[in-house]
Design a binder for this molecule. Structure first.
Ligand SMILES: Nc1ncnc2c1ncn2[C@@H]1O[C@H](COP(=O)(O)OP(=O)(O)OP(=O)(O)O)[C@@H](O)[C@H]1O
Length: 253
C-alpha cells in the first residue's frame, strides 16, 4: 500500500500588507505519497510557491496542520525546522545558488557535512552522485562560474540529494535553462524518481509536468484538480501530453 509522506489539514496561509490581508492558501487538505513525483500547477499568483514553502517547512502556515515524516511541522520552532529541513528535504530552485568561491565537489560536500560528519564516505557518495548526473571528474574542481547553466543545475540537484532527503522539492527547476539543458536536467530528476525518490515540483512548464505521475492544480489557493498521469514513459509521451492538455483545458489554464 502507498504510504503517505506529507499530509495537511486545513492548511491556510495569509499575508498582510498595508493593513490588507491576502488569503493565499485556503483550507487545504492534501495528501502526498511516498515515491510519487507530484507536480503543482496553476496560474501565476495562485499560491504554488507558497504551498511548496509550507509543505517543506521553509515557511510556517498561518493555520492548519502539516504532518511530514511523523512530525507536525507547525509545532516546530525555527531552529527545529532548520534541522528538520536539513535532514529530510532537498531543494532545487530556478536560481541555482551554488557558492561561487567553492569547487563543484566542495559545494556538494559543504551541504553533506552539515548532516554527515564522515568525510571519506561523503566524498565517495558525492562523486558517485555527480557521475550519475553526468558531471565527470574533470569538472569536480571547477568553480560554478565555469559551468554551463544545465551543468550547474545538475550539481544543484546532487547537492539537494546528498543528505538523502525524504522529499526533493523543486520550484521551476528548468526555468532558466534552454531546451537541451532542460531535457538533461529533467532526465536526471526522472532517473532519481525511478530510483524511488519522492519529488514535489512547482512548474508552468508542460515538459516538466509530463515527468510527474500526479498533477495537482491550484486555483486561488484551493486545489481544484488532481490528475493521475501514471509513471513517466518516453514512448507514451504523446498520450500523456494529450491527457495533460485536456486536464489543463478543463482547469481553465
Ligand atoms: N512573503 C510574501 N509577502 C506578501 N505576499 C506574498 C508573499 N509571498 C507570496 N505572496 C503573495 O501570495 C500570492 C501567491 O504567490 P506565489 O508566489 O505562491 O504564487 P505562484 O502561484 O507561485 O506564482 P508564480 O507562478 O507567478 O510564481 C501572490 O499574490 C504573492 O504576491
Amino acid at each position: 500500500m502507498t504510504k503517505t509522506i506529507i499530509e495537511t489539514e486545513k492548511l491556510c496561509k495569509s499575508f498582510s500588507s498595508g493593513g490588507i490581508q491576502q488569503h493565499v492558501l485556503k483550507n487545504l487538505d492534501i495528501r502526498l505519497f511516498e515515491g510519487d513525483f507530484t507536480i503543482i500547477m496553476g496560474s501565476s499568483g495562485s499560491g504554488k510557491s507558497t504551498l511548496l514553502y509550507a509543505l517543506s517547512g521553509m515557511d510556517q502556515p498561518t493555520l492548519g496542520r502539516i504532518d511530514f515524516a511523523g512530525k507536525n511541522l507547525v509545532k516546530l520552532n525555527n531552529d527545529q525546522l532548520a534541522v528538520f529541513r536539513r535532514k529530510h528535504c532537498g531543494f532545487v530552485f530556478q536560481q541555482i545558488y551554488l557558492l561561487d568561491n567553492m569547487s563543484v565537489l566542495d559545494n556538494v560536500l559543504a551541504s553533506g557535512l552539515l548532516v554527515n560528519k564522515n568525510k571519506r564516505e561523503l566524498v565517495k557518495e558525492s562523486k558517485e552522485l555527480l557521475l550519475q548526473v553526468g558531471i565527470h571528474e574533470n569538472s569536480w574542481s571547477k568553480f560554478p562560474t565555469q559551468l554551463s547553466g544545465g551543468e550547474a543545475q545538475r550539481v544543484g540537484i546532487v547537492r539537494a540529494l546528498i543528505n538523502r532527503p525524504k522529499v526533493l522539492f523543486a520550484d521551476e527547476p528548468t526555468g532558466a535553462l534552454n531546451s537541451a539543458a532542460s531535457k538533461r536536467v529533467l532526465d536526471v530528476i526522472t532517473n532519481v524518481h525511478d530510483n524511488g525518490q519522492s519529488i514535489v515540483v512547482v512548474t508552468h512548464d508542460i515538459q516538466t509536468a509530463l515527468r510527474g505521475n500526479r498533477i495537482l492544480y491550484l486555483r486561488d489557493g484551493v486545489i481544484c484538480g488532481d490528475l493521475q498521469l501514471g509513471a513517466y514513459c518516453e514512448s507514451e509521451n504523446d498520450e500523456r501530453h494529450e491527457k495533460l492538455k485536456h486536464f489543463l483545458a478543463e482547469m481553465g489554464w
